[in-house]
Ligand binder design. Structure first.
Ligand code: DON
Length: 566
C-alpha cells in the first residue's frame, strides 16, 4: 500500500509511535477494582465473597463464605468432605498457614490399597475406603476464630440459600456431571443428587440440594462441632461403618486443623511467602526459583525453547527430591533447609546442560546422605480494603472425590488417600512416583502439591495466587510468578501464557496448546520426549496482583470462574 497524503503518513507514524510508547497495551487486560476482590472458579461463589467484603467482612471472612458457597455451587472440588490449605497475610504483615488437610483414619494401614498380588487397587480413588478424615469445616472454624470478624452463621448463610433455593446449572457444570456419570452413578446417593437418577440436569435447570442445605444449617447453628461430634458426625460414622469405610466417630472427634509457619524466600527483590509441608509446593517454588536465579534463562525471552528448557530442568530436579524426601511434618522430618540451601541449589543448577535435556534416569534425589532424616481441586484468591490477602486451595482430590455422597448429608467425600504412596515406587493418580516418607500411616496427612502463595514487593503484598491441577499445580504457579516477575507480564497475560510441565517421572514434557511447533521441534532436538499430538491443560491459576492502589484480577480461562471486585 502506498500512502501519498503526507498528513495521513504523519498520522500513521504518530499512531504507531503512540502504540509503541503508550503505557500498557496488553494482549488481555485483567479486571481492575479498587477496594476488594475475589477470584474463584465459580462465579456465584466469587460474588458471595465480594458481598461479604462489601458488608464489612475481611478477606478471611470472605474466604470462609466462598469456601462454603463452593461446596454448594462447585461440587467438583468445593467441599465439606475434603480439605486444603489457607495462606493468610494480614495488613499488619503477620502471616500464617492453616493446614486443614485430610488425615488417614486410625484404621488405615501401610498396605491397605494393595491387592492380593501386591498391586495398588482402585480403592484409594473410588468408594468409601478412599476418604481421609475431612478437614475443611475445622479449617474454616479455626480461621474465623483467629482471624475473622463476622459471626459464623452469617458466613454460612449464602451457601445455605444456594443449596435450599438452588441455582441454575451452567453449561460447564451440566457437561461435568455427564462426563463423570460413569463413576458417580455407581453410588446411589450421588446418582440421585448429581445425575437426577440418570435423567441428567439440563442447562439452566435449577439445582437444589436439600440434604446439603440441612447439613449446612446444622453446622451454622451448632458450629463446626456438629461436623466432628454432633449429628453430622454420627450420620457420617454410621454410613462409613455400613459401607465398609474406615472413618469412625473417634477419627472425627480427634481431627484438628493446625497453623503452621509459611515458608519464605527471596527472588530478585521479591519476597515469597508460600506453603510448608504437608504441601510440597512451597519448597518446590523456592528451590526452582533458586535454581533459575543466575542462569540468565530469562534473556532468551518467555516462550523460547531455551526458557522452556531451563524450566523443565529445574522442574525435573525438584520432583526427584520431592518424591523422595517430603511428607507430613508431624510424622517425618522434612529436610527443607537442606533442599533450599544455596550451596545445594548451586550444585543442582550446575548439573543443567545449557542446551540438552538431562534424562531423568540420570537425576537422583540430590541431598547428601544424612541430610534427610527422615483431580480435582479449586483455588481462590482474595484481597480486602484493609490490605489483608488470603489464598485458599482446597479439594476432594479427584473431581467429585471418591464419588461417594453420604446419604442424609448431601456432600461428597474426598479420595485424598490416593495422594499417599499406596506402594512406594508406584505412580499414583497424578503419575507421581513417591517414597516411604509419604506412605500410609494412621493420623498422617498425605503429601500435597497445593501451593497457595503470596509474593511481596517493597514489603507489600504484590501477587496472591494458587491453582488446582494435581502435580501440575506447582509448575503452573511457578510459571505465572515468573511471567510477572521476570517477563513483566500483567497478571492476566501471565496466566494465559502457554505452560509446560515436567515431573521427573515419567520422563516426558507436557505442553499446552500455544507452544509453537518450532519451539516444540527445538525442544525435541534437545532430547525431550513430547506428546504434542495431545496438548494438555496445565492447572488453572487464579490470581490477584496489587499495584499502584489497584487490584488486578486474573482468572484462568482454561476453566470456569470469575474475577469479582468493587
Ligand atoms: O493435594 C494434592 O496435591 C491433590 N490432591 C490435588 C488434586 C488436584 O489438584 C486435582 N485437580 N485437578
Amino acid at each position: 500500500m502506498k500512502i501519498k497524503n503526507p498528513r495521513a503518513l504523519r498520522f500513521l507514524s504518530s499512531a504507531l509511535t503512540l502504540c509503541l510508547v503508550a503505557p500498557p497495551s496488553y494482549a488481555h487486560e485483567p479486571v481492575y477494582a479498587r477496594k476488594g476482590m475475589v477470584v474463584a472458579q465459580e462465579p456465584l461463589a466469587a460474588d458471595v465473597g465480594v458481598a461479604v467484603l462489601k458488608s464489612g467482612g475481611n478477606a478471611v471472612d470472605a474466604a470462609i463464605a466462598v469456601g462454603f458457597a463452593l461446596a454448594v455451587t462447585h461440587p467438583f472440588a468445593g467441599n465439606l468432605g475434603g480439605g486444603g490449605f489457607m495462606l493468610i497475610r494480614l495488613a499488619d504483615g503477620r502471616t500464617t498457614f492453616i493446614d486443614f488437610r485430610e488425615k488417614a483414619p486410625r484404621k488405615a494401614t501401610h498396605d491397605m490399597y494393595l491387592d492380593t498380588s501386591g498391586n495398588p487397587s482402585k480403592d484409594s480413588l473410588l468408594g468409601w475406603r478412599a476418604a481421609g478424615v475431612p478437614g475443611s469445616v475445622c479449617g474454616f472454624d479455626l480461621a474465623l476464630k483467629k482471624y475473622g470478624t463476622k459471626p459464623w452463621a452469617e458466613l454460612l448463610e449464602p451457601a445455605i440459600q444456594l443449596a435450599s433455593s438452588g441455582f441454575p446449572i451452567s453449561y460447564p457444570q451440566m457437561r461435568s456431571f455427564k462426563t463423570s456419570a460413569d463413576s458417580l452413578s455407581q453410588f446411589p446417593e450421588s446418582n440421585r443428587i448429581f445425575l437426577k437418577g440418570g435423567a441428567f440436569f439440563d442447562w439452566n435447570e435449577n439445582f437444589r440440594q436439600r440434604e446439603l442445605a440441612r447439613t449446612l444449617e446444622r453446622i451454622a447453628h451448632k458450629g463446626a462441632k456438629d461436623f466432628y461430634e454432633g449429628e453430622t458426625a454420627r450420620i457420617l460414622a454410621r454410613e462409613m461403618e455400613k459401607n465398609g469405610g474406615l472413618i469412625t466417630l473417634d477419627d472425627l472427634r480427634e481431627y484438628q486443623a493446625v497453623e503452621r509457619k509459611p515458608l519464605e524466600g527471596d527472588y530478585k527483590g521479591y519476597h515469597i511467602i508460600t506453603s510448608p509441608p504437608p504441601s510440597s509446593g512451597g519448597v518446590g517454588i523456592l528451590q526452582m526459583l533458586g535454581m533459575l536465579d543466575g542462569t540468565g534463562y530469562e534473556k532468551s525471552k518467555a516462550g523460547s525453547a531455551t526458557a522452556y528448557h531451563y524450566l523443565a530442568e529445574v522442574m525435573r530436579r525438584f520432583y526427584a527430591d520431592r518424591n523422595e524426601y517430603l511428607g507430613d511434618p508431624d510424622f517425618v522430618k522434612n529436610p527443607i533447609a537442606a533442599m533450599v540451601d544455596p550451596g545445594y541449589i548451586r550444585t543442582r543448577r550446575d548439573s543443567i546442560d545449557p542446551v540438552l535435556a538431562t534424562p531423568s534416569d540420570q537425576i537422583r534425589p540430590g541431598l547428601p546422605a544424612g541430610a534427610a532424616e527422615g483431580s480435582d481441586t479449586t483455588h481462590y484468591s482474595i484481597a480486602d480494603e484493609q490490605g489483608n490477602v488470603v489464598a485458599v486451595t482446597y479439594t476432594l482430590n479427584n473431581g467429585y472425590g471418591s464419588k461417594v455422597t453420604v446419604p442424609g448429608l448431601g456432600f461428597l467425600l474426598n479420595d485424598e488417600m490416593d495422594d499417599f504412596s499406596a506402594k512406594p515406587g508406584m505412580p499414583n493418580l497424578f503419575g507421581l512416583v513417591q517414597g516411604e516418607t509419604n506412605s500410609i500411616a494412621p493420623g498422617r496427612r498425605p503429601l500435597s502439591s497445593m501451593v497457595p502463595t503470596i509474593v511481596q514487593k517493597d514489603g507489600k503484598p504484590f501477587l496472591v495466587l494458587g491453582a488446582p491441577g494435581g502435580s501440575m499445580i506447582i509448575t503452573a504457579v511457578l510459571q505465572v510468578m515468573l511471567n510477572v516477575m521476570d517477563f513483566g507480564m500483567n497478571v492476566q497475560d501471565a496466566i494465559d501464557f502457554p505452560r509446560i510441565h515436567h515431573q521427573w517421572k515419567p520422563d516426558t514434557l507436557g505442553i499446552e496448546r500455544g507452544v509453537s511447533p518450532d519451539t516444540i521441534a527445538l525442544l525435541k532436538k534437545a532430547g525431550y520426549s513430547i506428546e504434542d499430538a495431545k496438548p494438555i491443560v496445565i492447572a488453572r491459576v487464579e490470581a490477584i496482583l496489587l499495584s499502584d492502589g489497584w487490584l488486578q484480577g486474573g482468572h484462568d480461562e482454561r476453566g470456569t470462574g470469575k474475577v469479582s471486585g468493587y
